[in-house]
Ligand binder design. Structure first.
Ligand code: ATP
Ligand code: MG
Length: 664
């Protein structure tokens, strides 16, 4: 008997379903055979996926799980990730295909073919070698979203160096921690980047991080591993210079020979280190392999995004500093020979139609973005996208947070013209590649559900005792079998790897997210287990209440937290942003709050009715756009606000705090 006493309550119901359009299904890369094949022999399925890569030495073993929970995939094969992402296309006659349409925020553009990328990665690889880098060395990359970021990552991969990309825009302190944790020998940065019409300096933050080492400093011994700083000139702003340490990218790279033999690495050779976004606490430095990782990202990119490399123009709006940029801008799409848009700036520079202008101009066919962006566009109103021709789009994707059903519907209708399938893709930095998603052309979709595990991935929802819950119930999301692109660990800390992911349920990977199975067995992600609220003995998730709030025509965004309450244990506190095109919205915040409280009661039930609703202008988000509920909880419980190093805009917290105190 399944013990349901402690699993998550499952309150909200969504019944809309969209079948895959027949016209899409007729040409889709994936068919239902995909699920069948993986169901019969999972390892054989992954072997076939791995064989689509270009291997220098073929592998003979698929999975070695003898050192669980560290897996080894295809471990006796050798390959190179840069060779797969670039050289192979040139070798096989696809050099003239555009790899990137780059759009800078100020309006500068570049068109880079695979042949162009081939020259650039070889020159950059030679430059890295001349700076003394070799296989296994770590390189910190702290760049804006410009082609050099992609080239730098691939050049590292080419020589077998391990990159650690740090978001341009993270503070000196975050950068210092990451450089130190990986003991990076080289930092690749730029003078600055363009952000909302401003030049955002980057190099001074690197200088500050590095200057702090040495005697008498506040951080002696810090960042001593760094020998050189390679600096891309992007904005042309003045930059301090440390002779002997700092090198301009154009000086180091441009005169290099455009011939470089890739380092053929073992499949298990680490490709990169990347830190999680820090939504639930201190970021974790995860590392990924080469062969298994590349297999996972290339395969999922092909079947989930239905990429037709000859005709599609694919645009993933993520930053390369986030795992989505690694897997679904650099390694997956490039391995598949995709033509992509790469955009440096923000969605509202210089105007709120910028993205749609880019879609129209480059005839983007596949768009992959995050719920936070979609909700922002809802807030700005649909008249903006309606001014552009978006008819080239044929598929829409979402990642990063649970997508509210109303945001999903808006995305489908306003951006996708009611014709494009929407794929809600669940995955994590840890999983490397997409784990749960509909396959367009095969799987029906439901607004707000990521539907089913992709073929070859085994996922379940379990109760406190690790037993699968029945359909219609909620619990913890776990992965039950190893998969090729799974993390290989936390850099330098096997113990933390085991205790974070493998100690909760015997033999199961614990994702840290809550989920429910609906009556059909389809999966609904319910947010972080850390965010679960206990209201009068009922375990409620933030996601369902947020979904209900966003379903109200006035609301663009909502964040819900549980705050300590003498009567109920915890009480629901909601922070909402209203839509600028909302009709009939009262000017008085209290009236808005009481109408919304009543709306939640009607939609879900009295249990979920927020005690407090606060109308705010902004929500605290990470640089990757995720809402940081733990900070809102700190505010709601009148505590010192926790680790804010990955927050995009720290002034948001002050504004919210003063608003709450004013309203309390
Ligand atoms: P940290 O682990 O440091 O708290 P993080 O979990 O935010 O950071 P990421 O690896 O970037 O860092 O995010 C993965 C998480 O994002 C998932 O565990 C999940 O909570 C959320 N997520 C991603 N995609 C989806 C999705 N499609 N639906 C629901 N949640 C999603
Ligand atoms: Mg996480």
């Amino acid at each position: 008997m399944v013990n349901v006493a402690h699993t998550l309550e499952n309150l909200h119901t969504e019944r809309r379903t969209f079948k895959p359009p027949a016209s899409f299904a007729a040409h889709a890369n994936a068919t239902s055979y995909e699920y069948k094949k993986a169901g019969v022999d999972r390892l054989e399925y992954w072997r076939e996926a791995a064989l689509r890569l270009s291997w220098k030495t073929p592998f003979t073993e698929i999975l070695d799980w003898s050192d669980a929970p560290v897996s080894r995939w295809f471990h006796d094969g050798t390959l190179n990730a840069c060779d797969n992402a670039v050289d192979r296309h040139v070798r096989e006659g696809r050099g003239d295909r555009v790899a990137f349409h780059f759009v800078g925020e100020p309006g500068d553009t570049q068109t880079l073919t695979y042949a162009d990328m081939h020259v650039r990665v070889q020159q950059a690889a030679n430059a890295l070698v001349s700076l003394g880098l070799t296989k296994g060395d770590r390189v910190a990359i702290y760049l804006p979203q410009i082609p050099e970021a992609v080239v730098a990552m691939l050049a590292c991969a080419r020589i077998g160096a391990i990159h650690s990309v740090v978001f341009g825009g993270f503070s000196t302190e975050s950068l210092r921690q990451r450089i130190d944790d990986a003991e990076a020998k080289l930092v690749i940065t730029a003078d600055g980047g363009n952000r909302r019409g401003q030049h955002l300096a980057l190099k001074p933050l690197v200088d500050e991080a590095l200057a702090s080492h040495g005697e008498g400093s506040a951080h002696p011994g810090v960042c001593e591993s760094v020998e050189h700083v390679l600096v891309v000139r992007r904005t042309g702003q003045d930059t301090a210079w440390v002779e002997g340490r700092d090198v301009w990218w154009h000086d180091a790279v441009d005169h290099q020979s455009a011939e470089h033999e890739p380092a053929w690495v073992e499949a298990e050779h680490p490709l990169f280190i990347l830190y999680t976004s820090g939504t639930t606490g201190t970021p974790k430095g995860l590392f990924h392999s080469t062969g298994g990782y590349l297999t996972g990202v290339a395969h999922t990119h092909r079947i989930v995004f239905d990429l037709k490399p000859e005709s599609d123009v694919y645009w993933c709006t993520a930053d390369v500093g986030w795992v989505t940029g690694h897997s679904y801008i650099v390694y997956g799409p490039m391995t598949n020979g995709a033509t992509q848009v790469l955009y440096e700036g923000t969605p509202n520079s210089p105007h709120e139609g910028r993205w749609w202008e880019i879609v129209e101009q480059y005839k983007v066919t596949i768009l992959y973005t995050a719920p936070t962006a979609i909700r922002t566009f809802m807030k700005w109103g649909e008249t903006i996208p309606n001014q552009y021709d978006l008819s080239s789009l044929r598929l829409l994707g979402s990642v990063g947070e649970p997508i509210n059903p109303e945001a999903w519907m808006w995305y489908r209708r306003v951006i996708g013209g009611d014709r494009c399938p929407v794929v809600d893709t669940w995955w994590q930095t840890e999983t490397g590649a997409i784990m749960i998603s509909p396959l367009p052309g095969v799987t029906a979709s439901k607004p707000g559900s990521a539907m089913t595990p992709v073929p070859g991935i085994s996922i379940d929802v379990v109760d406190d005792a690790g037993r699968p819950v029945a359909n219609g119930e909620g619990g913890y999301l776990v992965v039950t079998e190893p998969w090729p692109s799974m993390l290989r660990g936390i850099w330098g800390n096997r113990h933390r790897y085991v205790s974070t992911y493998w100690n909760h349920f015997d033999g199961l990977y614990f994702a840290g997210d809550g989920a429910k199975k609906d009556v059909d067995g389809d999966l609904w992600l319910l947010g972080r287990v850390d965010d679960v609220m206990n209201v009068s003995g009922h375990r409620l998730t933030t996601t369902e209440i947020e979904h209900a709030l966003v379903a109200h025509p006035w609301v663009a965004e909502a964040a819900v937290v549980g705050a300590a309450d003498e009567v109920t244990g915890q009480a629901v506190v909601a922070f909402v942003i209203v839509r600028s095109d909302a009709d009939g919205i009262p000017a008085d915040g209290d009236e808005v709050a009481s109408a919304l409280r009543e709306h939640v009661r009607r939609q879900i039930g009295a249990l979920a009715k927020p005690r407090t609703i606060l109308v705010v202008a902004e929500l605290p988000k990470t640089r990757s756009g995720k809402i940081m509920r733990r900070l809102l909880r700190d505010v709601a419980e009148h505590r010192e606000v926790g680790d804010v190093t990955t927050l995009a805009d720290s002034s948001v917290m002050d504004a919210i705090r003063s608003g709450l105190e004013g309203g309390a």
